[in-house]
Design a protein around this ligand. Sequence first.
Ligand code: GDP
Ligand code: MN
Length: 372
Amino acid sequence: MRFFENVAKEIFNKEGIPILEGHVANYPEEAMTISSEMGVPVVVKAQVLTGGRGKAGGVKFANNPGEALKVSEEILGMEIKGEKVKHLLIEEKAEILNEFFVTVSVDRGARRPVILASNEGGVEIENLAKTNPEKIIKYYPNPLIDFLPYEAREIARKMGVSSELISPIGDIIWKLYNVFKKYDADTAEINPLVSTPNGVIAADAKLVVENDSLFRHQDLVEKLHYKQKAVDFVQLDGDIAVIGNGAGLTLTAMDMIKLNGGEPATFLDIGGGASEHIINQALSIVLNYDRVKVVFLNVLGGITKADDVARGVIKALEGAERKVPIVIRLTGTNEEEGQKILDEAGIPFEVSMEKAAKKAVELCEEIKAKGK
Ligand code: GDP
Ligand code: MN
């Protein structure tokens, strides 16, 4: 079972391998928000379960949120080797000095794990294996005893990396082998492993776990299909953006809008336990749709805390380029705290969903009557 790059990176990082800050985006607008929050040039990477994305155009750079939006739109529409791109990893762009390659896999013929490494990593590794196989170092650790850090440094030395990189690269090779063992992997690979002015970093990550061992790694299985993706989102034809926590509550909010003669522009479920960041992201998504004239946010706090929601709303409205009136229904866990935060920021709210829905529709009618 192969895992998406962002999951592989999370696991590598847990074992001490350095990576760069990155976040998953499911829509171009989300990518834009993430890029603006990160505030640095980013790499936008298709999350698919095949290699060769770079060559297929699935890895692109963006210097600002606008560019992030544009390249995300391009990549999300792509198919890479028959696989539709549904998710992106938005990652801080590394300033690459050199690209290396290291992989730990099983040599079925030799029936032992093998480490392959080269100081010529990157997208041409397959060609290198054909044209210059001597540039790929091959090492068989003894699977019956511990793989020692000095063995890993010896591999780095044989790769021919400059002397100051022997220790950091050796360290990463050693940690990668430990990931391979700990997770019953079939392959644990970093290509490219890159040297940057800020150290050696895994710029890509591949993790394939033996299917027969998956039962031992339930924590991994849960990460398989982006189940925990930030928001569930459907675009509709109306002009009132509906956001709610939980599918049922969001659908009810849509019904309420319709009952009052309004038309929903979105169905956006932020799920239970939605954090400040997710609320912020959800609002950024809907505010980016021109057709949205009013936002109706329907939150009944359970796991979701009303004060987190309030803070997320304020943050999103501050950062928004387009000002759209928002009607909030906010009750439940920590409601007093949440309502106080909104009050202080001068953002109106309602406790009753009926009242809030009616208000949203009236507001929308007013705006349309003014011809805005
Ligand atoms: P793959 O083609 O599917 O293996 O995707 P990779 O994640 O390996 O990216 C392909 C290539 O894009 C890498 O070999 C790098 O040359 C380049 N690349 C990826 N991330 C970065 C980055 O953060 N900075 C720079 N400058 N290049 C990157
Ligand atoms: Mn790669």
